[in-house]
Write a protein that binds this ligand. Structure first.
Ligand code: FPP
Length: 246
């Protein structure tokens, strides 16, 4: 039986989030500049999006650029931004053809005018697609997002639009950039690092974490299938006991 056939379609995660890591090391292993790794990471993105949509996953979030990534050498940041803009532009047609909606989370204005406009165009063009939502985390960090939410809630309290007693988990979630998406059931990180690196800290409270040594440019459909099968073999207890769950 192939690994795709081993997947139970009934218990598929609705939302998978991925920390795409290892592009730099992949390039270094080949004696090439880091951007060569990012360029080859685009094929892994294509395969993963295609595999997720084919299976029937509803939301796929990819950590493409973190707030901290701005601190990388200027030459890498510029090349990565160019690559992201180019990829978004060139892949929009494929997203359309496959009925995939593009969304983005993060401090999107910091991408610069060209990047922001390109992204917005793709988001608008794909807005009515229904098969799967692809969410790009761009200039994103969870701590940045949480601070934004706190500020916006504090503003409302200050202006008497909200009472402190009304603040609860649901209200807080509604002030995050992910307000219209469900929390991920599965988070994958490639490259063998076992860290969360400021990604979706609030949203992964009960998410299953899966770490694979595969470097991102080598990540293929089979790797996604393996991660999903691993997830499906776990018992999700949400703080309850085994007896309560079964
Ligand atoms: C992490 O590897 C990867 C990134 C910071 C960028 C990811 C971007 C892409 C895969 C480009 C295409 C993306 C889209 C959405 C079209 P790293 O540089 O941290 O690798 P290292 O840990 O080995 O140094």
């Amino acid at each position: 039986m192939s690994s795709k056939e081993k997947i139970n379609r009934e218990t598929l995660p609705d939302h998978i989030a991925i920390i795409m890591d290892g592009n730099g090391r992949w390039a270094k292993l080949r004696g090439r500049p880091r951007i060569f790794g990012h360029e080859n990471g685009v094929q892994a993105v294509r395969e993963t999006v295609e595999a997720a949509a084919e299976l029937g996953v509803k939301y796929l979030t990819l950590y493409a650029f973190s707030t901290e990534n701005w601190n990388r050498p200027r030459i890498e940041v510029n090349a990565l931004m160019k690559l992201l803009v180019k990829s978004i532009r060139s892949e929009t047609k494929t997203l359309q053809k496959n009925n995939i909606r593009l969304q983005a989370i993060g401090d999107l204005h910091s991408l610069g005018r060209t990047g922001y406009n390109e992204l917005l165009t793709a988001i608008n063009k794909t807005a009515h697609n229904t098969r799967m939502t692809l969410i790009l985390a761009l200039s994103y960090s969870a701590q940045w997002e949480i601070v934004q939410a706190v500020k916006s809630i504090a503003e409302k309290v200050k202006n008497n639009k909200l009472a402190v007693a009304e603040i609860n988990k649901e209200l807080f979630s509604a002030h995050l950039t992910t307000a219209s998406f469900p929390d991920p059931e599965l988070l994958i990180r490639t490259s063998g690092e076992s860290r969360i690196s400021n990604f979706l800290l609030w949203q992964i409270a009960y998410t299953e974490l899966y770490f694979t040594p595969r470097l991102w440019p080598d990540f293929r459909k089979e790797d996604l299938y393996e991660a999903i099968i691993n997830y499906q073999n776990r018992e999700r207890r949400f703080g309850m006991t085994h007896d309560k769950v079964v």
